[in-house]
Design a protein around this ligand. Sequence first.
Ligand code: SAM
Length: 239
Amino acid sequence: MSDRDARFVRAVGKVGNPETALPDYLERTYWWAYLRPASIRIFDHKVIVSAILWGQYRRLSDIVLTRIAGGNRVLQLACVYGDLSQRLARQVGPEGALDIVDVAPIQIANILRKLVGMDWVRASVADATTTRSGSFDCVLSFFLLHEMPDPLKRRVVDAALAAVAPGGRAMFVDYACPLRWHPLRPVMAAVFALLEPYATAMWHTPIAALASHPQEFSWTRETRFAGLFQVVIAERFNV
Ligand SMILES: C[S@@+](CC[C@H](N)C(=O)[O-])C[C@H]1O[C@@H](n2cnc3c(N)ncnc32)[C@H](O)[C@@H]1O
């Protein structure tokens, strides 16, 4: 292990939460993407994330950011490679708050490293399926659902919705079913079959259908890039 990795592993030890176990699916399916220092060295670059999302990372991030105002309280469910969290933090500003949770201590250590000096940001090791009080103006799930087994997708959607304050919204940005003629349709089907076993469900299951109490929200859904990506927004009725 290099000195740099050893320092990083020590930092990870400090943010670890012994009560939060790594889910089996994460270790089994995505160890190479998220759980090793080399994963972060290789993947945590805007250009890489952008390539993985076929050049749409900035565009999808912008859609999220235009719906967040200065002073908002935002909950981000799971870390994201690239600069989305830094942009979210700048957007809410010191008048607001950004809470980031991730089940992997190594990801929390990494995000803290990227957000040094922004003391209105909190990042902690926790499972996205944990229910939190409904005090957030915005709850964001950015490409998390497709990486989870189906029963956990439901739990994350419910947990995200439960955390939304009256008048606030949950935003789910993820894969969707590309149009039939989409040249990347067979490519994505192959990628999912090979590397992302829980992702194909996003082609067939509407996100709103994963919610236990969808009637408490007004739902909108837009797709991008000929259907390959979806942005679903659930706005809690202000009653
Ligand atoms: C948001 S997803 C995918 C993001 C996107 N592919 C990217 O560009 O980084 C990746 C993160 O989800 C986290 N994660 C997976 N399952 C989780 C869970 N149950 N609770 C919290 N975080 C979870 C992983 O540790 C990882 O950091």
